[in-house]
Design a protein around this ligand. Structure first.
Ligand SMILES: [Zn+2]
Length: 256
């Protein structure tokens, strides 16, 4: 069991290293496989031993070996986060490496990480992974024998957020949601199914509301500023991915 956990953790670190590339390149419309990793400041190609997840960051003391440009702490952060979240798949959901559901969960978590950091850093949600996840979500639903739930989830995610966006524009005369948020909700609905989408949205709004209040109280943002909703929705979705059935059972037992 310990060997499996170590394998999963190291795989997560390596995948996280690739997610860092996606987070930087996808919102900028760059190719994610070519050219190989290079320093964004001096363009020097990063050597293989400088590209070891987490370890290299500390070995290089957080700086480019050529121009001494600071490397964002997001790089080792995303690598560690991916490793830890991959380990939570068997720990919480009970899906191990020999279970197909492990791989679907890992792909979905990778997608959540890309969106979370892309949106925080650039306020952009890259399109192509969203379409891949809508398709994969439907396929996952098909494998689980409930493609209908995925299909309804995708449509519901799109329609619900589209309505909220429309109402927001109507009442506040400004964009309360980006187009990216609407497509994102469709992808989450496709993957979680409609039963999972509802708690994810609810959690997203609670987290988003709480973070907005903190940002406004600490004067980091003003009331009229645009506060990205996607990171909150992404967190809500991650919690639902792991604890969705508990949340639904709790709701049914207490409120229905
Ligand atoms: Zn450099």
């Amino acid at each position: 069991m310990l060997v499996n956990i170590i394998i999963i953790f190291i795989s997560g670190l390596i995948v996280g290293s690739f997610l860092n590339v996606c987070i930087y390149r996808l919102p900028r419309g760059k190719n994610i496989v070519w050219p190989p990793s290079h320093c964004p400041n001096c363009d020097i190609k990063i050597k293989l031993y400088e590209n070891i997840p987490v370890f290299s960051y500390f070995f290089l003391k957080g700086k480019c070996s050529n121009c001494a440009e600071k490397i964002s702490v997001r790089y080792p952060g995303v690598e560690l986060l991916t490793g830890l979240l991959f380990v939570l798949i068997p720990a919480i959901s009970g899906f191990w490496l020999w279970d197909l559901r492990f791989y679907f969960s890992a792909i979905f978590i990778s997608f959540l990480i890309i969106n979370f950091f892309s949106d925080i850093e650039t306020e952009l949600i890259p399109d192509s992974p969203v379409y891949i996840i809508i398709f994969l979500g439907l396929f996952y639903g098909f494998i689980k024998g409930d493609m209908f739930s995925s299909f309804i989830g995708a449509i519901l995610g799109f329609c619900l957020l589209h309505t909220i966006s429309f109402l927001g524009k109507f009442f506040y005369k400004k964009d309360v949601l980006g187009d990216g948020d609407i497509k994102l909700a469709a992808a989450f609905g496709s993957f979680l199914g409609w039963q999972g989408l509802l708690p994810a949205l609810m959690l997203g709004y609670i987290i988003g509301g709480a973070v907005s209040i903190i940002l406004i109280l600490t004067k980091t943002k003003k009331l009229k500023d645009y506060i990205p909703f996607a990171p909150a929705l992404t967190l809500g979705t991650l919690i639902t991915l792991f604890y969705g059935s508990y949340i639904i059972n709790f709701y049914v037992a207490n409120f229905l």
